[in-house]
Ligand binder design. Structure first.
Ligand code: SF4
Length: 302
């Protein structure tokens, strides 16, 4: 048989799905996840003025891109304005974000505030700068939102940030809490939304690579990454390697909280569970009053 015929008769080699198709699937998945999160948590409504915080990193570029896309098809009308805080870090490429945003035709504002010098002056040499830096940044952005009548502040934290914060709180602050998808600020003046809260960081990375955003490195400040955060990131990466899918399971658990199966009396009314009467319950002091170890002459002695 002619060699060419042999080739024709062979089973066709399965074709790898084209990169283009994979990318469209990724874009569709991200839009669906963000749209779902916006709906589930009531993040955006008719007439909202959303301040989209843009740092120049992959996450915030992706968030802006997805919000712009959803805005065109959304069932409600809302405004998007990109806002960047230029913290005056040495070498910050000032032109990058304005050039990019102009090319998109997105309204934007660059706030200039030298938080870098403040942080450098206040934080002792060798200590991590991030905590004060973030507080100052948050203050500047909140103030801007207030001065300009924004009804929502959109931040680009993704699922893996949410989980890392959860574990940081668990391991180092003894509390079950993380960055929620929607939050009212402590003073009640601002509503913060996180449209990427359910999106995997790996997907954002792929999306940003594809879109070739003009990324501004976040190392300009020269700060060391927070050690605790690094530890948690390493732990999560190791889990995911050994038990693929574990990260997603933990993320799902955050949406299935059962206060009656935990131990926080302020989150669930254990005291009144299965009561026999409505009589007031004795408090801990009353329960311990007759305990010689706590109240007797030897109280406090071993
Ligand atoms: S890495 Fe630098 S810019 Fe980012 S929060 Fe820390 S100190 Fe601030």
């Amino acid at each position: 048989m002619h060699p060419a015929m042999t080739l024709l008769l062979q089973d066709p080699v399965p074709r790898k799905p084209s990169q283009e198709r994979e990318r469209h699937k990724l874009a569709k998945r991200l839009r669906r996840q963000v749209g779902q999160a916006i709906a589930d948590f009531g993040m955006i409504e008719e007439g909202d003025r959303v301040m989209v915080c843009l740092s120049g990193g992959k996450d915030s570029y992706t968030m802006l891109d997805l919000l712009l896309h959803l805005q065109k098809k959304a069932p409600v009308r809302f405004e998007l304005v990109a806002v960047n805080l230029d913290q005056k870090q040495p070498g910050f490429p000032e032109h990058v974000l304005p050039d990019y945003l102009r090319s998109l035709g997105v309204p934007f504002t660059i706030i200039e505030q030298d938080t870098y010098s403040v942080v450098k002056r206040v934080v002792p040499e060798g200590k991590t700068l991030c905590s004060l830096c973030s507080r100052l940044r948050r203050g500047a952005l909140y103030q801007h939102a207030k001065d300009h009548g924004f009804t929502k502040i959109a931040l680009g934290h993704h699922r893996d940030d949410v989980l890392a914060t959860f574990f940081m709180n668990l391991f180092f602050h003894a509390k079950l809490a993380t960055m929620p998808p929607k939050l009212l600020s402590d003073d009640g003046a601002h509503v913060v939304i996180r449209p990427l809260a359910t999106v995997r960081e790996a997907d954002i990375r792929d999306y940003a690579d594809w879109k070739q955003y003009p990324i501004i490195p976040c190392t300009l400040c020269g700060s060391q990454e927070n050690l605790q955060r690094k530890q948690v990131a390493r732990m999560m990466a190791a889990w995911e390697k050994d038990y693929p899918g574990r990260t997603e399971t933990i993320a799902r658990a955050l949406s299935d909280v059962r206060p009656s199966q935990l131990a926080d009396p302020s989150a669930f009314d254990f005291a009144n569970l299965g009561r026999l009467t409505a009589a007031p319950l004795p408090d801990a002091h009353a329960w311990l009053a007759g305990d010689a170890e706590n109240n007797g002459p030897d109280a406090g002695h071993v």
